[in-house]
Design a protein around this ligand. Structure first.
Ligand SMILES: [Zn+2]
Length: 261
């Protein structure tokens, strides 16, 4: 069962939906960057209004419009005038573009697109949390599993999708767990299994070919991230590399027609 319908039979509808996708991407980026920041600092992510990190003033709705508020306030806090780092703005624009690109390339609204958009939001959040703290919070992984459970029943060829996803998760999980254990033994250090758990959760959404592309991109980027983290003497964060690999694989499937689904 799918809820899909073609987007581009009427170009004006397609353009409208892509603009909406960008706006929703920016709004979700604003929400998830704030959530990740709160999780890293051990704050309750569900409660409380956003506030300025310098003066502590509570931010009003007008201060919280993604992209627009930052540009209107010239990147400064309305209350104390301190400079707001452009990081959130950059991620709002990136997720807006990723949302728009996902919808435009897929050309339909169905379970695949809904799962992809939800994953993109969660991957941004857990990548930022991992980059800032060196830990991939389990709450984000649980949310990914919830997305899979809620969407798997609506996927085209659901049985193949579920079986291939489970096989990809088991294979990648096994290889990564062994590699992590071997590195840990060689370095006589306690290694985190966070990246292994993350990769297993994400493989559920890709079939075998997709998993190969995602792993290939993630390995190359992972090496780059390890070198960057080591040169900056900070905790190694692999979630951004894994996330980019998976999002690239999900997008490539529509661009190259490499996949059955
Ligand atoms: Zn302020």
């Amino acid at each position: 069962m799918t809820l899909s319908y073609p987007l581009f039979t009427m170009p004006i509808v397609g353009i409208y939906l892509i603009i909406m996708a960008f706006m929703f991407g920016a709004i979700f980026a604003s929400f998830i960057t704030c959530t990740a920041w709160r999780v890293v600092r051990g704050e309750d992510w569900k409660l409380g209004h956003s506030h300025c990190d310098t003066c502590g003033h509570e931010l009003s709705t007008a201060d919280l419009f993604p992209v627009i508020s930052y540009i209107a306030l010239k990147g400064k806090c309305r209350y104390c005038g301190s400079k707001v780092p452009p990081r959130d703005l950059i991620f709002e624009i990136i997720l807006g573009l990723v949302f728009a690109g996902t919808l435009a390339l897929h050309g339909a609204i169905d379970a695949i697109v809904i799962a992809s958009l939800a994953l993109e939001v969660l991957l941004l959040g857990l990548s930022l949390a991992d980059w800032d703290s060196g830990v991939i919070p389990d709450g984000f992984l649980a949310a990914i599993l919830v997305v899979w459970i809620l969407t798997v029943g609506f996927m085209p060829d659901m049985q193949t999708y579920a079986i291939e996803g489970l096989i990809a998760a088991a294979c990648v999980g096994l290889v990564m767990a062994v590699v992590t254990a071997v590195i840990g033994k060689a370095k006589n250090a306690k290694m985190s299994y966070g990246p292994t758990k993350l990769a297993m959760c994400l493989m559920l959404f890709l079939h075998i070919k997709g998993a190969c592309i995602a792993v290939g991109i993630a390995v190359v980027l992972g090496i780059i991230f390890v070198l960057v983290c080591k040169s900056k003497k900070r905790k190694i964060a692999l979630a951004p590399a894994i996330s980019i690999g998976v999002v690239a694989a999900m997008i490539l499937k529509d661009v190259l027609g490499l996949f059955v689904r």
